[in-house]
Design a binder for this molecule. Sequence first.
Ligand code: ZN
Length: 138
Amino acid sequence: MLSPVTDPDGAPFWQYAAQGELRVQTCADCGEPRFPPRPCCPHCQSFASAWRRTSGQGRVWSYVVPHPPLLPGYAERAPYNVVVVELTDAPRIRLVGNLVTGPDAPLDSLAPDRIRIGAKVQAVFDTTGLVRWALERP
Ligand code: ZN
């Protein structure tokens, strides 16, 4: 299992995730959300930001099912999926993650043929605070 690497800009994302909240960094001046977190707004160059709570809802924007050759730790788990989720509350924000059957379900818990572009998903949080995704209608 890979653990998130945190930096000062991104640390709040993981602190909120550990509390079961999906928040995105948002410019405190122009209101534009941005991801990945960074000090300066790319739209208005403001350094003021806030962490806006989202509903955690989104849609599968894209996905891939990696197959070997993979690094050994991943090859054992294949086939699994990697999804790109477009957030309902911030459609220009897309997060990469895994679609699973529940917060602490195994990486390969959802059969790849169940994944569809546009499927509605909900953020779920495992016991370590990692953000994962589950189908709204399993
Ligand atoms: Zn701005």
